[in-house]
Design a protein around this ligand. Structure first.
Ligand code: NAI
Length: 331
């Protein structure tokens, strides 16, 4: 039998946490043969609710779940973890300035970075979900210099999956037959969902999404805005932000990172830019990646037309601004 993997979920008493921890305990994230020990962190006002989640995990009697640590102590939470899913953060409340929200999250991610650096297992993989996800991940990277940058990522898989979902609905095909959409840039409304290289499985092989949809106006317009604005649409409908889809995407992200992407398929991950596709180096930016042996690699050599170029640059500019704002909060 395999040794258990320790998975940290911060903000575990929140909405996404509540959807995510049972998925992890059922093997959705790391596989049906991989035992796990869950580490759940939240803040003292949520300690009682967190304990309730722990009680439910016990009550669910998950065969793969070999232990639960529920704590408000960051060091205890981070100790020996192999995977860290950072869902906890300070939400933007009505009337709050962007700078104030940024400042709160910068201080959270700075201190949690240090705790992970000192106490997590060597080679711990980190996924930041909490918004502003890309910039929180960047702060975490900056303040955990001994964690290799290749081990720090942010979640844009939800946006990626939303794009797959929209194409599948439009073409009335199975979502599992659609692949290789790309989310470029920030997990925000400036993200660029790109279908220029996406395909659909057909009996004879594969066909380009652009050819099958045959409606560039929709693909360059409504499709993009629907994916960009999907989070807001969910809030409007549910009066709460996406949680089950975010939790599911977090599992997809880690599963593909650890176990690998299928041959010929890429996914979107927010990762540290090395300057690929002329995206400024030093930003956490969402790229198309393939994963093998626990490491991601940016897919190279995709053609970028003029329409796409503008959109890649626009979302990069927003991330540069966020980075500057985050740094201004440090001083
Ligand atoms: P929520 O408010 O229900 O839960 C957040 C939890 O984090 C709360 O239990 C809170 O007490 C906890 N928390 C706050 N500060 C903390 C700290 N310093 N350490 C540990 N825990 C802390 O929010 P929800 O709906 O679960 O969303 C969580 C985050 O995920 C939000 O920032 C949201 O914007 C983001 N999000 C990101 C998505 C993505 O695709 N990247 C998609 C959906 C949400």
């Amino acid at each position: 039998a395999k040794d258990p993997v320790r998975v940290l979920v911060t903000g575990a008493a929140g909405q996404i946490g509540y959807a995510l921890v049972p998925m992890i305990a059922r093997g959705v994230m790391l596989g049906a043969d991989q035992p796990v020990i869950l580490h759940m962190l939240d803040i003292p006002p949520a300690a009682e609710a967190l304990n309730g989640v722990k009680m439910e995990l016990v009550d669910a009697a998950f065969p793969l779940l070999k232990g639960v640590v529920a704590t408000t102590d960051v060091v205890e939470a981070c100790t020996s973890v192999n995977i860290a899913v950072m869902v906890g953060g300070f939400p933007r409340k009505e009337g709050m300035e962007r700078k104030d929200v940024m400042s709160k999250n910068v201080s959270i991610y700075k201190s949690q970075a240090s705790a992970l650096e000192k106490h997590a297992a060597a080679n711990c993989k980190v996924l930041v979900v909490a918004n502003p996800a890309n910039t929180n991940a960047l702060i975490l990277k900056e303040f955990a210099p001994s964690i290799p940058e290749k081990n720090i990522s942010c979640l844009t898989r939800l946006d990626h999956n939303r794009a797959l979902g929209q194409i599948s609905e439009r073409l009335n095909v199975q979502v599992s037959d659609v692949k290789n959409v790309i989310i470029w840039g920030n997990h925000s409304s400036t993200q660029y969902p790109d279908v220029n290289h996406a395909t659909v499985k057909i009996p004879a092989g594969e066909k380009a999404v652009r050819e099958l949809v045959a409606d560039d106006a929709w693909l360059n317009g409504e499709f993009i805005t629907t994916v960009q604005q999907r989070g807001a649409a969910i809030i409007k409908a549910r009066k709460l932000s996406s949680a089950l889809s975010a939790a599911s995407a977090a599992c997809d992200h880690i599963r593909d990172w650890v176990l690998g992407t299928p041959e010929g398929t890429w996914v979107s991950m927010g990762v540290y830019s090395d300057g690929s596709y002329n995206v400024p180096a030093g930003l956490i930016y969402s790229f198309p990646v393939t994963c093998q042996n626990g490491e991601w690699k940016i897919v190279q050599g995709l053609s970028i037309d003029e329409f796409s170029r503008k959109k890649l640059d626009l979302t990069a500019e927003e991330l540069s601004e966020e980075k500057a704002l985050a740094y201004s909060c440090l001083s």
